[in-house]
Each structure stands twice: as C-alpha cells, then as structure tokens.
Ligand binder design. Sequence first.
Ligand code: 2P0
Length: 317
Amino acid sequence: MKKKVIAKAPVNIALIKYWGKEHEEEVIPYTGSLSLSVSELHTTTMITECPQGFSFILNGKKASKEDASKIKKFLLHFAQEHELEGICIISENTGPTASGVASSASGFAALSKAANVFFETYYDDQTLANITRLGSGSACRSLYGGLVVWEKTGEVYTIREDGFDFIMVFALLNHHRKSISSKQAMKNTVKTSPFYPTWVSKTTQDLVAMKHAIHVEDLKAIGELTQSSALAMHASMLAAVPPTLYLNSHSLEIVHAMIQLQEEGEFAYPTMDAGMHVKVLTNQQSLHKVLETLEHFKVKDIVVTHPEKGAQILHEE
Ligand code: 2P0
C-alpha cells in the first residue's frame, strides 16, 4: 500500500446518451454511448493514510454515513475491508464553479484511478473501466480523454483524442427543487416508458452513425446527432409513468435559441442530462454568438470547456 496518491479525472458530457441498464448490479447498459471529456471541470481525489477509521471528505465537508459507506463498498474492489481502516479519501470537484455540475462520473473515475495505485492492484485499463462503471455507469468514460465510446459490451476507448477542438459551453440555471436521481429515473423509464424500445433502437443506430460521422469528420452530423440523442432521451422519460421532467421553461428557451443559431449557420447544438442545465456543443468560430445569445437568458453561471485528457495520477508516494 502506498502512503498518498492523488488522481484527477475530467467531467464528461455524453453526445450519444446512456439511459437505462439491462443489468442493474453489473451496470450493463441497454446501449453503447459516446461522450466528450472536458477540461475546466474535474474531480481531484487524494487517498492517504490517516490516524483511525475510514473517512470520506467531499468538497471540504465530511460526507454522510450513507455516502461514506457507498465509497467504502466501492473500494472493496481494490482492498480488503480491514485495509480500509486508517484511510482518508479527500475529494474536490474543482473548476470555475462547483455548482450544478458536481459529477459522480469524474468522482468515481478519479477515485478508482487513485485506488488502483494506492492499493497497488494495478488493474489493466479495461478491468479498471469495468470496476469504475459499478460506481457510476458514465464514470468509465471519464477514465479516457477526448471523444470516448463506452460500448454495450463494456469496452471503453478514445475514438478521437483531440475532440475536434470542440467547445462545450455549460449554461447553468438556477436550482430550486431537488430532482430525482438519474439511477431512479432510468429505472422508471426502462420499466414504464412506451418509447423505451424505440430509444434503444434509435441509440444503437445513432452510435453507429456518430462513429461514422467522427471518422469522416462530418461536424454537422455530429452536432445533429448530439441534439437528437438528448431530445429523444428526454422524450423517453417524459412518457414514463410517473414522468420525469428535468427540463424547465428556461432550458427549452435556450434549446430554441440554439436551433435558431443553427438556422443562421452557426455550430451550436444543445444537450441536456439529468437536470435542467443546458450544455452547448460549439466551436471557436461560433463561440462568440453562443455566448452573446446566452446573455439574453437567466443563466446563473456559464462555463466554457474544451476537450481534455482522461484520468491521471498527479502524485504518488
Ligand atoms: C450519460 N447520464 O450518458 C447519461 C445522460 C445522465 C443523462 O450517465 O446509475 O451516474 O450510476 O449508472 O452514470 C448519469 O448517470 O448513472 C448519466 P448510474 P450515472 O451521461
């Protein structure tokens, strides 16, 4: 066992969304997905020896018993229970703002990257991805950089390292009410949405189309598939019983404005996850127009991000 290990992992935003598990326990998704790992928003996690017990500190605060025991359970993939006594996990979601983008994906990716070195398990990349997704499905994508594919088979890999120098603009809206967890919402969509089978067949086709678009560098097709995947995912959960409605009127106004920008020839494609915030896939040329347009809306924070490398070890001793 090492004395101290620090790892860092990027937030990732799916262009082709993951929504629904075929096997809950093993976190086998119904479809593959594809994401962009982004800079400026990431998690840094330190694992270190400490006097006694097991503690998990997240963003400077001691985590709840429930969260600590979830982390402890996850670490059993790397160590025996008695080895977790006298271990401290200190994790920070860093970036220009920590609000609204606290990510379990970058969190579990940083934790498993650090644990693999700290406990000297040294699992190979694929084995580490298989373990990481048990913490949070989308976390396996944060181990890798640029445009990343997570196949239904569990295989995870970078398909395009530079991510075409895309820019992902986060438009963070005001949070008022606590929304349902993505885990719970996914489960409900799979079980009750009449659109779910259509979502699975569409996503399977979209992933093939997206890989092709990346291969032939068809940026417009990448943008259109990104927008379509997000809207279809939200449509599938809107039709669930009870419905999950993450988007609010501000989110939809921004979507309309981005579609308007597309009609004016700009590269500006919105995507939304398990929350009301809107992220816009854009490029250097259209960035100015996107930011100027977002100024017209009640946006709490704007974070401009760029393609980033995968999870990395920053320090070990
Ligand atoms: C994604 N999301 O592809 C999709 C789109 C949110 C919307 O993956 O249950 O934390 O731990 O596997 O990965 C967020 O859910 O879910 C997510 P679990 P996860 O990014």
